[in-house]
Design a protein around this ligand. Structure first.
Ligand code: NOJ
Length: 538
């Protein structure tokens, strides 16, 4: 039977944070030739696509999420030729390339903003969000920046404020202006023409603000210790209905190209509001990121309920997806501990829906404490001490036990410190260890590839299981093949679900030792009849 699933439905996405993946020129910052030199790691891991966080020219106020040219490459990362070579090399290994697209804001150094700022009558004035001061001369309203402080910065030369959902160096583009839309859609075409397979679209829920600039209401749930930006409910600045029209326009551009180009949207939203990002009649993102595993308490009942709530909310024909970590959130091995990180890996790679793996998760990297003098993240600098800073999850990839973990040959320190455990926790050491986290990721990805039940099969929860156990079946409706997944989210030995009996044997255990008659502490298993001709790496 022909496979009617797109590559991004069957496949697995791997996120590269380019500053920290591999440095090729010894400046202590990762780059495109570095990524190219490590593609074999991704191919051996068994992922299908690599999403690369921004590589465009940028003053790096927010490390690339402040773009000063949407159609270039920052010299710190290399050149357009390097980029073209990377795409060819990735494609030759069967890996797709997904770029990060940052439509909400540019850099304040982007020529568009430089012009816009130059005078009130400049032809690009309306490309950004400018507003007169309030009668008292203060900011036009109470909107707050995600990174601390107000969301308005005064331009004394022209006597108006500009709006920035993030840093002042990241002025918001005005997507209500058709010229902005056209220019930003052209940026998509530029990269699609160069052969990219899709985009992860940054901060999409921030794209458009209230046309009347009304205040955001106060947040009654805000408490000291929470991000100061949460003092208000972002009712007037986030998730406005007009966003969907802009997303549909992006999608039409991507759909104009052959080969199933994919759009993945970044929006941290409750499930019901997230669903709107699939768009009317699925005219929006193919994959609006589902971040709910990042915030749901790690208990079997709650995770099971989350999966069911999410599955039930999906519009007809919409494809699910799951995320365990990214460059903005505490690493899974730090949140849950190393033992449960293995169970989480099995969950991620056996749930229905496209998984995204963040670089370093495959070796169990942990958050790295950053001494105050090494802090890079502007969020931590602006709002210190609340644990909001993202440097701990952005430290260099740990490749081997050599100097700087093989990340850079720089004599000086890399841009962020290496994890103290890098001599033991690295790709090379774990490749040689058949029970390592890396071996587990490879085995999970290999099993997912050989078992359509895991990649595209349906999801059926299994009820009546022991405490701490999350169990579900994945069924390949085309062949009738069924696999049972049982995950012990606790530290006590538990019975396998009754449904396991007569179902075959353990095809893969997170212990990578063939499995046992009971679920051991922190163990997950996939159970099924051995597939003909497939030797499993249990
Ligand atoms: C979300 C990105 O993931 C984050 O790293 C960035 O700081 C903000 N958007 C602003 O672009």
């Amino acid at each position: 039977m022909p496979d009617e699933h797109a590559w991004w439905q069957r496949g697995v996405v791997y996120q590269v944070y380019p500053r920290s993946f591999q440095d090729s020129n010894g400046d202590g910052v990762g780059d495109l030739p570095g990524i190219l030199s490590r593609l074999d790691h991704l191919a051996a891991l068994g992922v299908d696509a690599v999403w690369i966080s921004p590589i465009y020219p940028s003053p790096m106020a927010d490390f690339g999420y402040d773009v000063s040219d949407y159609t270039g490459i920052d010299p710190v990362f290399g050149s357009l030729d390097d980029f073209d070579r990377l795409v060819v090399a990735a494609h030759s290994r069967g890996l797709r390339v997904i770029l990060d697209y940052v439509p909400n804001h540019s850099s304040d150094q982007h020529p568009w903003f430089v012009e816009s700022r130059s005078s009130r009558t400049n032809q690009k004035r309306d490309w950004y969000v400018w507003r007169d001061p309030a009668p008292d001369g203060g900011p036009p309203n109470n909107w707050l920046s995600e990174f601390g402080g107000g969301a308005w910065t005064f331009d004394s030369a022209t006597g108006q404020y500009w709006y920035h959902a993030y840093l002042p160096e990241q002025p918001d583009l005005n997507w209500r202006n058709p010229e902005v839309r056209a220019a930003m859609l052209d940026a998509l075409r530029f990269w699609l023409d160069r052969g990219v397979d899709g985009f992860r679209v940054d901060a999409i829920h921030h794209l458009i603000e209230d046309a009347a600039f009304r205040d955001n209401p106060p947040n009654p749930d805000w408490k000291p210790g929470m991000s100061p930006a949460r003092r208000v409910v972002r009712a007037r600045t986030m998730d406005l209905p007009e966003v969907h029209d802009a997303v549909a326009a992006m999608r039409r551009v991507a759909d104009g190209y052959p080969g199933d180009r994919v759009l993945i949207g970044e929006a941290y939203l409750p499930i019901d509001r997230l669903m709107a990002y699939y768009g009317a009649d699925l005219s929006g993102f193919q994959l609006p990121f589902n971040f709910h595993l990042l915030s749901t308490p790690w208990r079997a009942r709650e995770i099971g309920a989350l999966v069911e709530r999410y599955e039930a909310a999906l519009p007809p024909g919409a494809w699910p997806n799951w995320v365990l970590g990214n460059h903005d959130r505490s690493r899974v091995a730090s949140r849950l501990g190393p033992a449960q990180a293995r169970v989480a890996a099995m969950l991620l790679l056996t749930l229905r829906g496209t998984p995204t793996i963040y670089q370093g998760e495959e070796i169990g990297m942990q958050d790295v404490p950053i001494p105050p003098e090494r802090v890079q993240d502007p969020w931590e600098r602006n709002v210190p001490g609340l644990g909001l800073g993202r440097d701990p999850v952005r430290t260099p990839m740990q490749w081997d036990a050599g100097p700087n973990a093989g990340f850079t040959r720089a004599k000086a320190e890399p841009w962020l410190p290496l994890a103290p455990d890098h001599a033991a926790v690295n790709v090379s050491a774990q490749s040689a260890d058949p029970r390592s986290m890396l071996s587990l990721y490879r085995a999970l990805l290999a099993l997912r590839r050989t078992e359509p039940a895991l990649s595209v099969g349906s999801y059926v929860p299994v009820e009546g299981v022991a405490e701490d156990v999350l169990a579900y079946e994945r069924r390949d409706d085309a062949t009738g093949r069924r696999l049972l997944v049982a995950l012990n989210l606790g530290g006590q030995e538990r019975e396998l679900p009754r449904a396991a009996s007569g179902r075959g044997r353990v095809l893969l255990s997170t212990c990578l030792d063939g499995g046992a008659a009971r679920l051991r502490p922190d163990e997950g298993v996939v159970i099924g009849e051995p597939a003909a001709g497939v030797s499993s790496p249990a």
